[in-house]
Design a protein around this ligand. Structure first.
Ligand SMILES: Cc1cc2nc3c(=O)[nH]c(=O)nc-3n(C[C@H](O)[C@H](O)[C@H](O)COP(=O)(O)OP(=O)(O)OC[C@H]3O[C@@H](n4cnc5c(N)ncnc54)[C@H](O)[C@@H]3O)c2cc1C
Length: 502
């Protein structure tokens, strides 16, 4: 039995902690705030409740596996999960709207054909087929195994883009999300759909590799799931599973640095100068010089993910509304702007977009509203991180919140008149919740682009120090961070020979 110190109580770190405790280790999670869950927070007001982080779960298998491996009670006995159907509704700038059914490729194809015409469904279907090929090729090394020392195998894009013949110029394949949209998806609304997926994960469609096709493929294949009470209920279930496995939580304990002794990690020093000794340290927060010894940052496979600009964050407007939620309202509606390129230009140049892509979330959940004569609605947009934009500026916050409410009018008629209370959260608040600089939300790791979208491996050069959570392999997002926890636990329990669960 080893003493293991876990820094941060985010989802990746807690997933690692529960698994390590089951393997017989003495695990303590040191969290600087007074609660667990990190990004997966909750805001409650006058009988309304809202998630302040992710609001849907994709790939629930990751958490099912965690619950199976760490106890008798399966995930579905700890939280109530329902599939969201339609998975999403899309309103395009020309007024066309389409509802995409949950986890049904044939249903999505039929819906797109009916709404957009012109063979849009089969065009999207052919794209999904190529995305499935990319998934089959990269799934294991990208998601299910620790990052390989020869991570360069993932530097090549697995998406099999068809060669495009070009007049008097050599044939080319789409290399970015934007090129896939322009060259392979004949309808500009399909291109907007694909761009919207990329943006929702914080990716710039103009630069993100075509391999980002995996993201809509995963959502449309494995489905979108809602957890009753909000995703915060999932974080609570993971926390409670940790407690049941005798993981200790030390809240209000901010790590200042990982202690190194005789060439290996030996514990954690806190900001108050005290030290907790440990044989292994799991860092569940963004690794930065000072927090970890400089040498350790040169993780295995030096270089993946290097050179990427600061990643965007999220802007949320949580609306407490009078009036009932219509029974036929879609859970998630994406309102696409007329000029997606202008939005991308603004977000990735560190400015506030005039017309953002706005996602409207209307969960049908009586536990998050005072009664059925009220509705809790959240509006979100991907935005530049705090710092490039000053998200603490009241005027900037109010203006952008108003932009989102304006766009939401296309989905929730009369929304302004129904507002009882509006609460705004920006990357400035995310930075405070997670400690991530600028409130950036790490996107999932992607193959391609010479490895620029990979994350540092879970094993570091400092023996005894491992990385979990969204800033490490295989990247950010609920599912991906959960996978990082499984990989870290595997590496500590089985040693460096661990090659992922079968
Ligand atoms: C607004 C928002 C929207 C999101 N939307 C989605 C979505 O739609 N889909 C999706 O899949 N994912 C989404 N995410 C991302 C997702 O929530 C995270 O990637 C996931 O929860 C994994 O988080 P993590 O394990 O990296 O830990 P984090 O959530 O980053 O938590 C890190 C924890 O470590 C603590 N900490 C930091 N520094 C220290 C220190 N020095 N000492 C001790 N403790 C410390 C922090 O207080 C925090 O509790 C969103 C995130 C945010 C913020």
């Amino acid at each position: 039995m080893a003493r293991i110190a876990v820094i941060g109580a985010g989802m990746g770190a807690m997933a690692a902690a529960a698994r390590l405790a089951v393997a017989g280790h003495r695990v303590t999670v040191y969290e600087r705030s007074e609660t667990f869950g990190g990004s997966v927070g909750r805001y409650a007001h006058d009988g309304f409740a809202f998630d302040t982080g992710p609001m849907l779960l994709h790939l629930p298998a990751v958490y099912r596996d965690l619950f199976v491996k760490t106890g008798k009670e399966p995930l579905e006995r700890c939280v109530t999960m329902t599939q969201v159907d339609p998975a999403s509704r899309h309103v395009f700038a020309d007024g066309t709207a389409v509802s995409l059914p949950n986890a049904s490729r044939a249903g999505v194809v039929a819906a797109l054909d009916a709404a957009l015409g012109g063979g849009a469904g089969s065009s999207w279907g052919a794209f999904l087929d190529r995305a499935r090929d990319a998934w089959d090729r990269s799934r294991r090394p990208l998601l299910e195994e620790p990052l390989r020392p020869d991570w360069q195998v993932l530097a090549r894009d697995p998406y099999p883009a068809p060669r495009q013949r070009r007049l008097l110029r050599p044939a080319r394949q789409a290399g970015t999300v934007a090129e896939v949209g322009a060259w392979e998806l004949a309808d500009p609304r399909l291109a907007a759909l694909l761009d919207g997926y990329a943006l929702s994960y914080g990716l710039d469609p103009r630069r993100a590799p075509a391999a980002a096709a995996l993201l809509p493929y995963m959502e449309e294949t494995f489905g979108s799931w809602y957890v009753e009470g909000g995703i915060r209920a999932l974080a609570r279930a993971v926390y409670e599973r940790c407690l049941a496995r005798r993981v200790e939580f030390a809240l209000g304990r901010e790590a200042a640095r990982v202690v190194e002794k005789d060439g290996r990690a030996a514990g954690v020093e806190f900001v108050d100068g005290t030290v907790a000794e440990a044989e292994h340290v799991v860092l569940g927060v963004r690794p930065r010089p000072g927090l970890v010894p400089g040498e350790a940052l040169r993780t295995e496979g030096d270089g993946p993910g290097r050179g990427r600009a600061a990643e965007p964050g999220r802007f949320l407007v949580m609306l407490s509304l009078s009036g009932a939620r219509p029974a036929d309202a879609a859970h998630r509606t994406v309102v696409h702007p007329a000029d997606g390129a202008a939005e991308q230009e603004a977000v990735f140049a560190g400015r506030v977009a005039d017309r953002p892509t706005v996602t409207v979330l209307r969960p049908d959940d009586p536990t998050i509203r005072p009664d059925d004569a009220h509705e809790a609605v959240t509006l979100t947009a991907t935005v530049a991180p705090h710092g490039t934009v000053d998200w603490t500026d009241p005027a900037t916050r109010a203006r952008f919140a108003d932009t989102l409410i304006e766009a939401a009018g296309a989905v929730v008629p009369g929304v302004r008149e129904r507002i009882l209370h509006a609460e705004v959260r920006t990357p400035a608040e995310t930075a405070a919740d997670t400690g991530a600089e600028g409130g950036s939300v790490p996107g999932p790791a992607l193959a391609g682009a010479q490895g620029a979208y990979l994350r540092p491996g879970n094993r570091t050069r400092l023996p005894g120090l491992h990385l979990a959570g969204g800033w490490s392999h295989p990247g950010g997002g609920l599912a991906h961070a959960g996978m990082s926890g499984a990989l870290v636990a595997g590496l500590i329990v089985e040693g460096d020979g661990f090659r992922g669960s079968q």
